[in-house]
Design a protein around this ligand. Structure first.
Ligand code: AMP
Length: 249
């Protein structure tokens, strides 16, 4: 059984992003980039399934500029067998990503399609859902447990007030929640070995996918700076302020 895992190159989660001076976008010049954390979890899950003998092959896919190769090498170092880079310098919206992943899936014919629940740059949380719709495949989003069978995959997902268990017919699309697992630390020998693993290249044009943007970003702005707090002497002062200044009691 084969799994396709989508890995996006995003600004590292430790970086405090800045907005470009013209307000057109976030400034990613000279900023540390990494694999989207939820995609790391998706790769880890695929590797664990392979180690458990449930998967035969893991193919990592990334869409974007030349440097996505680094993200794919990380996925290969974690345990993916092969990588596919859909190279483009155009900005990709979730719909374009979903269409490209569908085109790759049609070639690769995976039983399992694993994605992150959201990319921490656009926070869209749309791609897995759109991909499932385009493939007409069942979807299990925000998976916090995955059990892979021969014809079905069962997932647990958190919902309001509890947990839901879904059984999905394969092939299925799953998006990884934070709780699913804790990704492994990649060791140097694995990083070296990953350099020799196959990394195939294609383009949106080769896949016959129209990636023209459908959305127009009007403005990107920093959140308003918060006012500094004050330290109060006692509860009486707090009550006085809540009554007379904030007027909430
Ligand atoms: P989003 O819908 O943008 O929040 O992204 C959800 C998931 O879709 C991510 O966690 C990735 O698994 C996948 N994804 C989105 N964009 C890309 C990309 N450019 N390359 C590879 N995977 C992507």
């Amino acid at each position: 059984m084969k799994a396709l895992v989508a890995v996006k190159r995003v600004v590292d989660y430790n970086v405090k992003v800045r907005v470009k001076t013209d307000g057109s976008d976030v400034d990613i010049g000279n900023v540390k980039m990494s694999m989207n954390p939820f995609d790391e979890i998706a790769v880890e899950e695929a590797v664990r399934l392979k180690e458990a003998g449930k998967l035969a092959e893991i193919v990592a896919v990334s869409l974007g500029g030349k440097k996505c190769e680094e993200t794919l090498r990380t996925a290969l170092a974690m345990g993916a067998d092969r990588a596919v880079h859909v190279e483009t310098d155009e900005k990709l919206e979730p719909l374009a990503v979903a269409k490209l992943l569908k085109a790759v899936a049609e070639k690769e014919q995976p039983q399992l399609l694993l994605l992150g629940k959201q990319a921490i740059d656009d926070d869209a949380n749309q791609t897995a859902q759109m991909l499932a719709a385009l493939l007409n495949a069942p979807q299990g989003t925000f998976a916090s447990k995955v059990e892979l069978g021969e014809k079905e995959v069962s997932i647990k997902r958190e919902i309001d007030g509890g947990e839901e268990t879904l059984a999905l017919k394969l092939p299925a699309v799953i998006s990884a929640d934070l709780r699913l697992n804790e990704p492994r630390f990649v060791k140097l020998p694995n990083i070296m070995a990953a350099k020799k693993k196959p990394l195939g290249k294609t383009t949106p044009a080769e896949l016959g996918v129209d990636i023209a943007p459908r959305l127009n970003v009007v403005k990107v702005a920093e959140p308003k700076a918060r006012q500094a707090g004050v330290k109060l002497a006692d509860v009486a002062e707090l009550v006085e302020k809540l009554k007379n200044e904030a007027k909430v009691i």
